[in-house]
Design a binder for this molecule. Structure first.
Ligand code: 13P
Length: 342
């Protein structure tokens, strides 16, 4: 029998006040791109050194969980201890990315994707649980154009996300469901709002049909933003109000938390907009973060692949973690950007 109460406890610990998630689950291709940007070769040792730096940073007051990649959950720190144990010793909960990426959708009229990874997932989840994972992540992506996303893409991705979530709960792992409406394009915030609501509506319908307990799920969505390539400029306050209103329409109150992705926003924007949402007052769910780039980019630049830069990189990561922690309660102020390493 699935222990919903135990799943709910893990989910609530992940979105405990002042805390959020570090997404460090970049696939081999994505981490190579990040390392290319600082001129560092993506070797297994460099990836280990970089991630060990993040995991040993003094951030346990701000970071409740870390999403790992398959390589990392099996990897040892330089001193031979497992990286998972490095996190556990700090009281940080290890999680694991389990999807196998977004692949072209068969018979689609235009370029769209469906996320793969369901075959053998039950067995993989059982192994990840043995390795220490308490939660998992599966990401679906949706492109906005005048005609996309198609109802077909919304439907199949919702179905796959729900199948993944059900398998996670069966294995005692909290599923983070990540339907990411991509913000590339020239669309307005109103269109992003409509598409995000449709995607979430379909997702929660599929989760309900597949018997997933909402108390034991976390949602990792995009914020509602205008397309990055368009002309529309909107304030953080408007983004916050539209995003919260959209979620109040379609996300059940039983879901313990919404942990936003940063999705290419600047570090400061990702923090300021989360802060603006939390300033709107109490919501049915916690509003937190599960940032990849917006927590790591300053640290990556400070590190540059040099052991001598580890303290500066940890300071940069600690600084962003602290500011996002403040944004959990609406206590972030732009002046705080100056108060530490950047
Ligand atoms: P970003 O915050 O960089 O969008 O990454 C979060 C994530 O885990 C995407 O799947």
């Amino acid at each position: 029998m699935t222990d919903i109460k135990a799943l709910n406890e893990v989910a609530r610990a992940i979105v405990a006040p002042g805390k959020g998630i570090l997404a460090a689950d970049e696939s081999s291709g994505t981490i190579k791109k990040r390392f290319d940007s600082i001129g560092v070769e993506s070797t297994e040792e460099n990836r280990r050194d970089y991630r060990e730096m993040l995991f040993r940073a003094d951030v346990a007051d701000y970071i409740s969980g870390v999403i790992l990649y398959d390589e990392t959950i099996r990897q040892q720190a330089a001193d031979g201890s497992r990286l998972v144990e490095v996190l556990e010793r700090r009281g940080i909960i290890p999680g694991i990315k389990v999807d196998l990426g977004a692949k072209p959708l068969a018979l689609a009229d235009e370029d769209e994707t469906v996320t793969e990874g369901l075959d053998g997932l039950r067995e993989r989840l059982a192994e990840y649980q043995e390795l220490g994972a308490k939660f998992a992540k599966w990401r679906a992506t949706y492109t906005i154009t005048d005609t996309l996303p198609s109802p077909y893409a919304i439907d199949v991705n919702a179905h796959a996300l729900a199948r993944y979530a059900a398998l996670c709960q069966e294995n005692g792992i909290v599923p983070i469901v990540e339907p990411e409406v991509l913000m590339d394009g020239t669309h307005t915030i109103e269109r992003a709002d409509d598409v995000t609501a449709s995607v979430l509506h379909e997702l929660f319908d599929a989760l309900f049909d597949q018997r997933v307990a909402f108390e034991g799920v976390l949602l990792k969505p995009n914020m509602v933003l205008p397309g990055y390539d368009g002309q529309q400029r909107v304030s953080d306050g408007v983004i916050a109000a539209k995003t919260v209103r959209c979620f109040r329409w379609v996300v059940p109150a039983a879901v313990p938390g919404i942990v936003f992705l940063s999705g290419g926003q600047s570090d400061e924007q990702a923090t300021a907009r989360l802060n603006a949402m939390n300033k709107l007052g109490p919501q049915p769910w916690e509003l937190s973060f599960s940032y990849g780039r917006a927590l790591q980019s300053a640290a990556l630049k400070a590190w540059k692949g040099e052991a001598a830069n580890l303290p500066a990189a940890q300071a940069a990561f600690g600084h962003r973690s602290r500011l996002n922690s403040a944004a959990r309660s609406g206590a972030y102020k732009p002046e705080m950007e100056q108060a530490g390493a950047n």
